[in-house]
Structure formats: structure tokens, C-alpha cells
Design a protein around this ligand. Structure first.
Ligand code: TYM
Length: 337
């Protein structure tokens, strides 16, 4: 079967190192691989998911444009991949409503992201936050995605998308929806906070120091790595020996993912050295990799109209692929008379 790769990112906050290494770097690699074998790659800004936690309208507007520029700067080529935002393709919202009638409350109640984000205030959480995974299912099922490159935290949502697709196909006796396969990067399944290795690196983390953003200046990136939490021990000569050292594991993971090497190769290179030597090396590597992406993003943002044009063009292509699936789902459910 030809591969159809689909994935999305919320425009809430700037792209950070966790998003980049966990997802976007894979998106770029797949753009080349998949297209060489005749498949297609679709990447979108999940602006509708952005609404599930309060964001000021002006920020959402600006960050949608910034995120698009960042993705292009990171290597997503809008002439080769279909790059758009959900709002420009209304079929995402329309299919969500149809799938809301297939998804079960019990299934959504098991979603750990909702539990984490709603916290103790479940009653005060928005319906959008609760329904988030159903919109995600619509995002991928609309395009019959075969593969969905994501960080590990999104795997549960994709299992749900598979359950929804299976139930829809069974309830309406159709083979309409393809079951999407989550692809989690082996190199960077989960990048953790630089201040607390028990929580993932995330834009909602309260400490600025814990998150490396692609918009950060070279000095800020270097400073965040120099001040990252570590332990006083030297690096061992095997990756397994880091099992009980979560901060050290995280920094080695980041180094390996940035350098496209295995964590084992990285520990071998630095074996016997302390973090006084390792952290500056990591800072240099991060600045060398992320700095050019930031500079290109800033350059692209000079021409906001050009970014809008990329989204318009991508959305037109996405609508052409999405509309037949939406119509087929409506037809299967008896909505077309
Ligand atoms: P978002 O914007 O939160 O994250 C975008 C991608 O980055 C990954 N990621 C991480 N990977 C490793 N370590 C981390 N610390 C880290 N933090 C984030 C996420 O797993 C994700 O792949 N719900 C999605 C957006 C979305 C989507 C979709 C994805 C909406 N519809 C359909 C795939 C298919 C999300 O959480 O994005």
C-alpha cells in the first residue's frame, strides 16, 4: 500500500526541542523517504486543538503563522508536503461531529492527557479538551493516513483513532477508514524537562529554563544547557549504566538525537568525562543545529503574505483529498439523501 503520512502540531507557544526531536525531525525525514516511494506527506497546524486551552485570539493568529514558518525553516517543503492549518479545511470539524457518535464516553475517560490537563477541575474543563482525541481521529482518518509520526505522549490518542475507525467500519459495514499506525521516534520518544527529568519538556512547563525553544537566541540555548540539572558523576561507558540517572539519560538522548547517533555511541565518546565537559559540547551541538532553523524562520516571517499563501495552497490540496472521505462517511451514515 502507498504510504500516506499525516501529523499535526498545536500552534500554542513556539516549537520546542521536544516537538522537534520527537516529531518534526521525523516529519522531514519521512518527507524524503515516503515521496521517493510514491507516497504523500501531510502536515498541519492544529489550530482547532489550540482552542482546547485558553489562548488569546491575537496570539493564536500570530502563532499559527510563526509555527508554519518554523516548520518550513525546519525542512518541511510546501511544494512536496501538503502544509496547512485545520481551520482552512472544514472537513476536520465536520468529520469530528460524525465520529463523536461512534466514540464512547468510556474510551475518552481513559485518556491520560485529559486527566493530566483537567487535573482536579474536571467539571470546569472544556468539552473541547475532552473531545480532543476525536478531532485527532478525524485529522488522520480523513486522509486515510497509514502512518502518523508523533511523540510517545500521543500514542494513546492514536490507539483511540484506530478503535473509532474499527467501530465505524463495523457499525456501517464499510471498509472506509484505514487504521493509522503511530510511528514513535526510537531516538527521541520523549524529551524531558531540563530542570526536572520526571516531567516531559512542554510549552506549559512553568520554568522557562526547562524548555529549549527554537526561537531562543544562541546564548539562551547554550545557557539553558549549561544550567540543566545533572548529577555529579562522570559518564559511564554504557547506556544501560545510566538507568537510574534520569537527568543524564535525558541529556545523552538529546545529544544522540541531535547528532543522529545512538545513545550508546555518545556515552562511549564521553565515557569518564563529567558534565562540565559534556554540557558545553551539547550546547555547541544544539546551537549549531537549531540556530540556522531559527534564523531562517525569522527571515521567512518578514513576508507574512507568503506564509498565508503556503497555507492557502496546502489547504486547497488537503480539501481535495478530504472531501471524498467526508462524503463517503456521510453517505455510509445515511446523511446524503
Ligand atoms: P503538540 O503540539 O503537543 O506536539 C507536537 C508533537 O511533538 C511531540 N512532543 C514530544 N515528543 C517528545 N518529547 C517531548 N517532550 C514532546 N512534546 C511534544 C508530540 O507527541 C507531537 O507529536 N495532539 C497533537 C497534535 C495533533 C496531531 C493530530 C498529531 C493534532 N491532531 C493528528 C498527530 C495526528 C499534539 O499533542 O501536538
Amino acid at each position: 500500500m502507498t504510504q500516506r503520512v499525516v501529523s499535526g502540531i498545536k500552534p500554542t507557544g513556539n516549537l520546542h526541542l521536544g516537538n522537534y526531536l520527537g516529531a518534526v525531525k521525523q516529519w522531514v525525514a519521512m518527507q524524503d523517504q515516503v515521496q521517493a516511494s510514491g507516497g504523500e506527506t501531510l502536515y498541519f497546524i492544529a489550530d482547532l486543538h489550540g482552542l482546547t486551552e485558553w489562548i488569546a485570539p491575537a496570539d493564536l493568529r500570530a502563532q499559527t503563522i510563526e509555527m508554519t514558518a518554523t516548520l518550513v525553516a525546519a525542512g518541511i517543503d510546501p511544494d512536496r508536503s501538503i502544509l496547512f492549518n485545520q481551520t482552512r479545511v472544514p472537513a476536520h470539524s465536520e468529520l469530528t461531529w460524525l465520529l463523536n457518535n461512534v466514540a464512547r464516553v468510556g474510551w475518552l475517560n481513559r485518556m491520560t492527557q485529559f486527566k493530566d490537563k483537567a487535573g482536579k477541575n474536571r467539571e470546569g474543563a472544556s468539552i473541547g479538551l475532552y473531545d480532543y482525541p476525536v478531532l485527532m481521529a478525524a485529522d488522520v482518518l480523513l486522509y486515510n493516513a497509514t502512518h502518523v509520526p508523533v511523540g510517545e505522549d500521543q500514542k494513546q490518542h492514536l490507539e483511540l483513532a484506530r478503535d473509532i475507525a474499527t467501530k465505524f467500519n463495523a457499525d456501517y459495514a464499510t471498509g472506509l477508514f484505514t487504521l493509522p499506525e503511530p510511528l514513535v521516534s526510537a531516538a527521541a520518544p520523549r524529551i524531558m524537562s531540563l530542570r526536572d527529568a520526571s516531567s516531559k519538556m512542554s510549552k506549559s512547563n512553568p520554568s522557562e529554563q526547562s524548555v529549549v525553544k527554537l526561537i531562543d537566541s544562541d546564548d539562551t540555548i547554550a545557557d539553558k544547557f549549561r544550567k540543566a540539572k545533572t548529577d555529579p558523576e562522570a559518564l559511564p561507558d554504557s547506556w544501560e549504566a545510566l538507568a537510574d540517572r534520569p537527568e543524564a539519560r535525558n541529556l545523552v538522548t538529546i545529544y544522540a538525537a541531535l547528532a543522529d547517533r545512538t545513545p550508546q555511541a555518545v556515552v562511549e565518546q564521553f565515557a569518564g568525562q563529567g558534565f562540565g565537559a559534556f554540557k558545553p559540547a551539547l550546547a555547541d551541538l544544539a546551537v549549531a543545529t537549531l540556530g540556522p532553523i531559527r534564523d531562517e524562520m525569522v527571515r521567512l516571517l518578514d513576508d507574512r503574505g507568503a506564509i498565508e499563501a503556503i497555507l492557502d495552497k496546502g489547504a486547497a490540496k488537503a480539501r481535495a483529498l478530504a472531501t471524498p472521505t467526508l462524503r463517503a462517511a456521510q453517505d455510509a451514515m445515511g446523511l446524503l439523501t
